[in-house]
Design a protein around this ligand. Structure first.
Ligand code: AMP
Ligand code: TRP
Length: 338
């Protein structure tokens, strides 16, 4: 039987555009921290990206850039495994089996599908609908025990647990772990700079809505200056952020960047206007992000290096997934090589 790890992390990010501050604060900075103490596997999920149309050349570029961003942010590709999903066939194989385990009713409850498909769901791809089965396969092909993500992925991780339990039950095997989500308190849900009720996202048509990890210092400062706010001063306690989505978002960003809390930020800035606060926020954002941006730009030049990292990561990932897939196929009753 394949072994049962106790401290294996898996997480993924879609190479469907530029990585932004939401990705960094909600997920990636935690991926970096987890390298101390966990065996980490990080994936550029290109197969998830094509659930909505991607220009082939742009997808390829975003995959290399994503790898550069993760390394620049502090993922060490020697100790952690860093690769792109489509290079390891286990993901697609297990996703098919899981799409036969998961029930249509389960998929129907997924809010991300409803958001992404919009009003005309008849025109959405079938892949967008079955997306969570592929995500469960990503995680369980490695029997990952912990999955660091932002708040928006919580429901998909609950589905992953349901799939693991149903597979274990149906095939009377104790093969898959019940995965723990790791969601940080501060930064788990960073909102658009233009609309405090919408998530900061790669697909927002307005570039002013997000801070990209490739933005230079001037661009970061300009976007923060233009960020939407209200007319009042900052409150001195978190309760005063009630009903002020934009103000709360900027306070959350400051807290997450500094590794503190809303309380601490408001102790310093309560009673001050947004002009002062935005100036300080942009200084902090530039100080934290510019070392990453610079390193990323240098790495992105070296496609040969990035290609080697991804190839090597895929080889190591495939070696971990192979015995799991073999065990799943045997349990399922497929005839396997004799
Ligand atoms: P995606 O860009 O959808 O592939 O997301 C990659 C990771 O970043 C996932 O763990 C998401 O939960 C996280 N993430 C994406 N957008 C945000 C956001 N606005 N705030 C916090 N985390 C986010
Ligand atoms: N669905 C995730 C997102 O859009 C990305 C993802 C794909 C993922 N597979 C994963 C995250 C496995 C964690 C684990 O953000």
């Amino acid at each position: 039987m394949s072994s049962q790890p106790t401290n294996r992390v898996f997480s993924g990010v879609q190479p469907s555009g530029q990585l932004h501050l939401g990705n960094y604060l909600g997920a990636i900075r935690n991926w970096v921290a987890l390298q101390d103490g966990y065996e980490c596997i990080y994936c550029l999920v290109d197969m998830h990206a094509i659930t909505v149309w991607q220009e082939p050349a742009a997808l390829k570029k975003a995959t290399f850039e994503g790898a550069a961003a993760l390394i620049a942010a502090g993922i060490d590709p020697e100790t952690s495994i860093l690769f792109n999903q489509s290079q390891v066939a286990a993901h697609a194989e297990l996703a098919w089996i899981f799409s036969c385990v998961a029930r249509i009713g389960w998929m129907d409850r997924m809010t991300q599908f409803k958001d992404k498909a919009g009003k005309n769901k008849q025109r959405a791809s079938v892949g967008l609908y079955t997306y969570p089965a592929l995500m469960a396969a990503d995680i369980l092909a490695y029997k990952a025990t912990h999955v660091p993500v932002g708040e928006d992925q919580k429901q998909h991780l609950e589905l992953t647990r349901d799939i693991a339990e149903k597979f274990n039950h149906d095939y009377d095997a104790d093969i898959f772990p019940i995965t723990e989500p790791l969601i940080q308190e501060e930064g788990a849900r960073i909102m658009s700079l233009r609309d405090g009720t919408a998530k900061m996202s790669k697909s927002d048509p307005s570039d002013l809505s997000r801070i990209n990890l490739t933005d230079d210092a001037d661009t970061i400062a300009r976007k923060i200056r233009k960020a939407r706010t209200d007319a009042e001063d900052l409150p001195s306690e978190p309760a005063g952020l009630e009903g002020r989505a934009e103000a709360r978002n900027l306070v959350d960003i400051m807290a997450a960047l500094n590794g503190t809390s809303q309380e601490v930020v408001l102790r310093d800035f309560g009673g001050k206007g947004f002009a002062d606060f935005k100036q300080s926020l942009s200084d902090v954002a530039v100080a934290k992000l510019s070392p990453i941006t610079e390193k990323m730009a240098a790495l992105a030049e070296d496609e040969t290096y990035l290609q080697t990292v991804l190839d090597n990561g895929a080889e190591r990932a495939a070696a971990i997934a192979a015995p799991v897939i073999a065990e799943v196929k045997a349990l399922t009753g497929f005839v396997t090589p004799g």
